[in-house]
Design a protein around this ligand. Structure first.
Ligand SMILES: [Zn+2]
Length: 223
């Protein structure tokens, strides 16, 4: 079986390292994977000349919720740019169980379905520790930690900043609590479809990456 047209859904709480893992996959296998994130989609709306689209960008950055209808309308269109022959790795795309049907519909328009759902499982305590320690490039969104002890991005040289929404620990805790509730429902759904794999994300980055790759290979992905 070839890896062509396969789709992976990567899911985990903030601080689970899902962005780090998908970036690592595309660095290791640039010919295989396309990274698809709604975060990137919303960030692009920043430069939109369409007032309604720029308004959505402003809402997202101020933490307001965007309706599922609208989000997946953009998402379906956003998917057009990705190589149909590559494995798509979706990250940040499903945040509630209710969104699964919207995702299914969007993927169906591209003749795809979720083949593999990775749930990056990590304790609230580890999530919070990681989030409080995180810095992000203001230009390319590469992620660092305060332990890296650098002031500028190693990739593009721009200034680093703590993610604004991570600034207040109370907000983080509330978000993790909400995540946990929905995550169980999402996991159960993909479990029933026989697509769910739980990954212990409290471990070292390379160890997790190796497990993800091993599972994909075992499932017939050509890497
Ligand atoms: Zn950068």
């Amino acid at each position: 079986m070839s890896g062509i047209s396969k789709t992976i859904l990567m899911h985990g709480p903030s601080g689970s390292g899902k962005d780090t893992q998908v970036n690592l996959l595309s660095e290791k296998f640039p010919e295989v994977f396309e990274l698809v994130s709604t975060g990137a989609m919303f960030r692009e709306l920043k430069d939109s000349k369409v007032p309604a689209e720029f308004e959505i960008y402003q809402k997202v950055t101020s933490g307001e919720l965007i309706s599922d209808d609208l989000t997946y309308k953009f998402f379906t269109k956003f998917l057009n740019r990705f190589d149909p022959n590559k494995v798509w790795v979706l990250v940040g795309v499903v945040r509630s169980a209710n969104q699964i049907k919207f995702l299914d519909k969007a993927l169906l328009k591209h003749a795809r379905t979720v083949d593999l759902y990775f749930n990056l499982d990590v304790s609230e305590q580890v999530s919070i520790e990681r989030l409080c320690n995180r810095l992000q490039c203001t230009t390319c969104n590469n992620i660092y930690t305060r332990d890296d002890n650098i002031a500028n991005c190693a990739k593009c040289g721009s200034a680093l900043d703590g993610r604004p929404e991570d600034a207040e620990v109370q907000k983080i805790i509330r978000r993790l609590y909400w995540y946990r509730e929905e995550a169980e429902k999402i996991f159960d759904h993909y479990s029933e479809r026989g697509e769910a794999v739980k990954i212990d994300a409290g471990r070292q980055i390379e160890e997790i990456s190796k497990e993800l790759i091993d599972i994909m290979v075992a499932q017939g992905f050509e890497l």
